[in-house]
Design a protein around this ligand. Sequence first.
Ligand code: FEO
Length: 168
Amino acid sequence: MIDKKLEAALNEQINAEFYSAYLYLSMSAYLDTINYAGFANWMLVQFQEEQFHAKKMFDYLIERGGNVTLTEIAAPPVKWDGPISVFQATLDHERMVTKRINDLVYLARDERDNAVEVFLQWFVSEQVEEEDTAETLLGQLKIAESSPHALLMLDRELATRVFTPPVK
Ligand code: FEO
């Protein structure tokens, strides 16, 4: 049976993962509106990944005999200032999520719940990848900024991204 404090914190993180999904879905819609179909596709895959994160935590909480409490998801922004601002917001958001995951790890340690700590390690590694990818794409967008041709090439490249559920 999981401790109540950890149960509440994991429920909050489930909500945060769904918010991330919602945010990336909103970014996808915006990018499509400004005709970057490839970037929009990349965000759509991001939306799917975040739902996977939420469901992974949801399943774990049930496995540990906890109660899942789904709560209201806040509305994300609907407009940005072009692709660079979208990817900057993505990187900022992922850095914030990393902090949240780290705080969860510290809480699991305080509560002396080794199993939760081990479970969270998957998310710790995932955040390293999430930040690295967002940082790389932001850097590439900055390089391509002054060249419409380079920007469209990058857009075409990101159109190929597909969601592959991570091996559990
Ligand atoms: Fe669920 Fe993008 O971290």
